[in-house]
Design a protein. Structure first.
Length: 286
């Protein structure tokens, strides 16, 4: 009996152990110095995560000592973009995609989908990306038309957004662990609504879209806002949301980021839907 009790206690303790997370940053055309501490806090405040940060050398710096050990973590959160900086060295990029392919989790947060346009496997991992010279040669755009996800391959550059305004996020799968129990439509705080992202778009599952208003330099299309990707044995959560600390105050961003990170790490979501989650008519902020 004592042995059984000890076994149950050990199992409970292991189940309660926080999920180890690594945030990678250091270069970005966005203010990673401000957003990384928020990402870390949002994860740790759930009590479900233990978060470390690996900050790269500055642009033009010495990369020889930067070699994060991804194997120590269940999920890596990308807050790095070489849009206005240095791409990671090829061995490090290869190490990341192999980590995910072998079962690790990855979260592509906002401008992380601008990163590494030359890297075929990274682009497969995040499904679609923007800027960095991406065009139709890199793959189609994801559209949601007539109740289903479709691919559009017309010529053009990848990546665009209008002014930062509030916009409606519409769940296209309300049964997925990340979106289950949340409002089917919710008003997101003012943010960059990325459009015209392109990529291989393989093994992708569309969770939510946002309509890109032509009056705000948009496409008139339901653009992907939240999606998941299966890459090898790994899970990827891709969110276009969260341009800066003000946009990150939105409860919709907070909750989908927290849940998306847990899903990428474990394949499950144990977090409950909060009472202050936004609806379609009013932004909810923390």
């Amino acid at each position: 009996m004592r042995r059984m009790w000890l076994g149950l206690a050990m199992t409970a303790a292991m189940a309660a152990a926080p999920v180890p997370v690594l945030i990678v940053d250091g270069q970005n055309n966005h203010k990673w110095q401000e957003t990384t501490p928020v990402l870390k806090r949002l994860l740790e405040e759930t009590g479900k995560f233990r978060v470390d940060v690996a900050t790269s050398p500055a642009k033009g710096g010495d990369w020889t000592a930067y070699n994060p050990d991804f194997s120590k973590y269940k999920v890596v959160v990308g807050n790095y973009s070489d849009y206005a900086g240095d791409p990671w060295p090829e061995p490090l990029r290869k190490k990341l995609v192999e980590y995910v392919a072998n079962g690790g989790g990855y979260v592509s947060y906002h401008a992380a989908d601008n990163a590494f346009p030359m890297d075929k496997e990274y682009n497969r991992m995040i499904a679609v990306g923007g800027w960095g010279g991406r065009t139709e040669k890199d793959g189609p755009m994801i559209r949601f038309r007539d109740g289903k996800m479709v691919m559009e391959s017309k010529p053009g550059k990848a990546g665009n957004h209008g002014k930062r305004l509030p916009f409606l996020v519409v769940a296209r799968d309300t049964g997925h662990p990340i979106t289950k129990g949340l409002a089917a439509e919710w008003l997101h705080h003012e943010d960059e609504l990325y459009d015209s992202l392109r990529g291989p778009a393989e093994n992708v599952h569309l969770l939510a879209t946002a309509w890109s208003d032509p009056a705000n330099r948009g496409t008139g299309e339901n653009e992907p806002a939240l999606l998941t990707v299966r890459y090898g044995k790994g899970r990827v959560f891709h969110t276009i949301l969260g341009h800066d600390v003000e946009a990150m105050r939105c409860v919709g961003f907070i909750v989908t980021f927290q849940r998306g990170t847990e899903w990428a790490a474990t394949g499950k979501v144990t977090q409950k839907a909060p009472k202050d989650f936004p609806g379609r008519d009013k932004v909810s902020l923390r």
